[in-house]
Ligand binder design. Structure first.
Ligand SMILES: [Zn+2]
Length: 80
C-alpha cells in the first residue's frame, strides 16, 4: 500500500519564517491536524519524528527558534 505523502507548511510564531515538513503520510497529517477533536497525542501519531519535528505541529516553531527556547541538548539529529 503506497500512501500519498504530503508536505505541511508552518509559519514560525517567533521569527516568522516559513518552514516545511515533507514526505509525511497524508492520513497521519490529517490525524495531527484534527487532534484537538480526537484527543490524540502528536507523539502517538508521529512516533518516528524527532522531538523538534513534532514540536512544529504543536507550536509551529522552526528548528532555529526551538534551540534556545527548549534548550535542546545532545542535539539528536535523527535524519536518515
Ligand atoms: Zn523561528
Amino acid at each position: 500500500m503506497q500512501e500519498r505523502k504530503v508536505s505541511v507548511m508552518f509559519v514560525c510564531p517567533n521569527c516568522g519564517k516559513t518552514h516545511f515538513l515533507s514526505n509525511l503520510p497524508e492520513s497521519k497529517v490529517d490525524r495531527a491536524l484534527n487532534r484537538d477533536d480526537t484527543g490524540e497525542h502528536i507523539q502517538d501519531i508521529f512516533p518516528e519524528l524527532s522531538l523538534e519535528d513534532r514540536e512544529k505541529f504543536i507550536t509551529g516553531y522552526c528548528n532555529e527558534c526551538q534551540k534556545p527556547i527548549f534548550n535542546v541538548e545532545g542535539d539528536k539529529d535523527e535524519k536518515d
